[in-house]
Design a protein around this ligand. Structure first.
Ligand code: ADP
Ligand code: NA
Length: 324
């Protein structure tokens, strides 16, 4: 069986970008793989976090994993901070990486922009992400395409380590997905939809109420030519809405173009609102049942025990091969 690993940060509400770009794939991958899905809470402290919110947000992401269909009898769900090997291997991999290659990471450039002095953790973030992946002898990493560069670095670090210290890590593969790999902001469809954008109407979160979804979608940026056509370069806004529509409905973009031929954006947007809200209602219903249940804590405890077993075996191998 192939190993799969992925994670989501507990930094605010999960967006449909996180869902369509990553978590929806987690559900598929749990079926035929040995999959580990982590709430990467150590990553979330690369930017300031409120201690009162941190754990609550972690539980919320874990509950969301289950609400969208992750089944703890088919995959391992856990919090990163429960398995100390993540931080430990993160240090080892920092020592394998160079400041030059980390400086080239576009996420660091984006997130540190305008900051006089960015946190060091923001800079070394990709080495911790590499540790997350390599600890589990991971073959596949379902992530949105904003993470492609970090995954390339992970592969480089794994190969570099294996070359220097003998075969230690499995080198993971990046798998490109077709629909939803990059969901764009609704207000400015040239940048990716993100949890942290100050404009709440730039995104849709899985926990948004129907009215908020309606408002954000109806006011989303389109263009003046009124034609529902997929053309990301010239019609970024409409193309993004088509991607979202297709991902939630299962209809192909071609079929959607046909369906809305000559109908204009108003009708298209209104029907998209219904499609998205129907999907979210189902997810929210499950989420509400899980979030305060004792089962959630049980799942995370069992998950951490299982994760620790695999991670500590890898860490033993790393230390032995490095000469500790
Ligand atoms: P965020 O980028 O919203 O802070 P994370 O860094 O926790 O979220 O990313 C969680 C997963 O969601 C990653 O696999 C990432 O690639 C994916 N992801 C984030 N934003 C988008 C987006 N706009 N479109 C597609 N996938 C995304
Ligand atoms: Na599985």
């Amino acid at each position: 069986m192939k190993r799969v690993f992925s994670g989501v940060q507990p930094t605010g509400n999960i967006t449909i970008g996180n869902y369509l770009g990553a978590i929806k794939q987690f559900v598929t991958y749990q079926e035929d793989n040995d999959a580990f899905y982590c709430v990467v809470d150590l990553h979330s402290i690369t930017l300031p976090q409120d201690p009162k919110e941190l754990h609550k947000n972690s539980l919320s992401v874990a509950a969301m994993y289950m609400a969208v269909g992750l089944d703890p009898s088919k995959c391992t769900i856990f919090l990163q901070s429960s398995v100390k090997e993540h931080a430990e291997l993160g240090w080892f991999l920092q020592c394998m990486s160079s400041t030059g290659e980390l400086s080239r990471m576009t996420q660091f450039k984006d997130k540190s922009r305008g900051q006089e002095s960015a946190p060091t953790g923001l800079f070394t973030y990709p080495t911790l992400m590499a540790a997350d992946i390599l600890l589990y002898d991971t073959n596949y990493v379902p992530v949105g395409n904003d993470q492609k560069q970090h995954l390339e670095l992970t592969r480089d670090l794994a190969m570099r380590f294996n070359n220097r210290f003998g075969k230690t890590f499995v080198v993971p593969e990046y798998k490109e997905q077709k629909v939803g790999a990059r969901i764009m902001s609704l207000d400015e469809p040239t940048s990716k939809m993100s949890k942290s954008n100050p404009n709440e109407h730039s995104r849709i979160c899985l926990l948004d109420p129907p009215n908020k979804v309606k408002k954000s979608l109806m006011r989303s940026t389109t263009d003046s030519d009124m034609e529902v056509r997929f053309d990301p370069e010239n019609k970024a806004g409409v193309s993004n809405l088509l991607t979202i529509y297709s991902a939630f409905s299962g209809l192909s973009i071609k079929d959607l173009e046909k369906k809305y031929e000559g109908l204009g954006y108003g009708t298209f947007k209104k029907e998209l609102v219904v499609v998205v809200n129907d999907s979210l209602a189902e997810i929210q219903d499950k989420y509400n049942k899980i979030i305060d249940s004792p089962e959630l804590l049980e799942v995370l405890k069992t998950g951490a025990d299982r994760a620790r077993e695999v991670a500590s075996a890898t860490m033993d191998r790393v230390k032995k091969n490095m000469g500790f």
